[in-house]
Design a binder for this molecule. Structure first.
Ligand SMILES: [Zn+2]
Length: 260
């Protein structure tokens, strides 16, 4: 599928159309080493993962989107990144993508799932789908980079949670710079979501992990040392949808290149 066909979905107000998204993915993987697998069911929708089936000789690359249903841009940003071959720099690394973790939420433009749960606060609940499926898919794997794509209604630009143990946010700042533009600038607030930010980056060294509400997906990756770098990229929900999608695509491009 070409980029213009992705854009056509948006013009037809299909940004929240999960079935169209999944059928676009089934077309997108044709002729590539990737496979779309239905690994479960969530609120009556198939829960799918996409992977390139490479053996885990090197630390992998993980991306999830759509855990919050009122945040549609990441779904299409991930698809556009894939369609444009953004995964090429990752070479023989295992790649695991969850293109929509909360399909009913996306369909109904709700943050929460069909039972009213914020799925990004309960990553310790192993019986709840899609947490069960994600945890099963990553079991025994190690990731170089794990990425959770989100949006934020309060944001004044794009920002990034950079969770790593290097003591530095240099990579995070470089990735954010590559993802942003005049149309979606860096969120310059000193405090974001009640936490200390510097040039749009919230670094693990400056975050108090004891004050995190529940267990978000990214914190689950970080505390369990599943990835060298866990990144949560956020775009401002009130900005243009097309620009937000492009910001997510650019962020993934930069992250894949940095991973190499
Ligand atoms: Zn979110």
């Amino acid at each position: 599928m070409s980029e213009s066909r992705v854009s056509a979905y948006l013009r037809q107000h299909r940004a929240h159309d999960v079935r169209k998204l999944l059928s676009a993915w089934r077309n997108a993987v044709k002729g590539t080493p990737f496979r779309v697998a239905t690994v479960g069911k969530k609120d009556g929708f198939p829960l799918v993962q996409i992977s390139n089936g490479k053996p885990s000789a090197r630390p992998g690359f993980y991306v999830s989107t759509g855990i919050h249903g009122d945040e549609p841009a990441p779904l299409w940003g991930l698809l556009e990144w894939f369609l444009k071959g953004g995964y090429a720099p990752l070479g023989d690394r295992p790649i695991l993508l969850f293109p929509c973790l909360n399909p009913l939420g996306i369909t109904e433009n709700h943050r929460v799932d069909g039972d009213g749960r914020d799925l990004n606060r309960i990553f310790d609940q192993v019986k709840v789908s899609p947490i069960r499926e994600v945890r099963s898919a990553i079991h025994g794997l190690q990731f170089h980079t794990a990425i959770c794509l989100h949006e934020d209604y309060d944001a004044q630009g794009a920002y990034l949670y950079d969770l790593n143990r290097t003591g530095s946010d240099t990579v995070g700042r470089a990735l954010l710079a590559k993802a942003t533009s005049k149309r979606i600038p860096i969120d310059g607030r000193m405090r974001i979501d009640g936490r200390k930010a510097k040039n749009g980056v919230l670094h693990s060294q400056r975050l108090d992990m004891r004050n995190v509400p529940g267990l978000p997906e990214a914190v689950f990756f970080y505390v369990n040392k599943l990835a060298e770098r866990t990144l949560t990229f956020e775009t401002p929900s009130e900005f243009s949808l097309t620009d937000r999608i492009d910001a997510h695509r650019r962020f993934l491009n930069a992250a894949a290149r940095a991973c190499g």
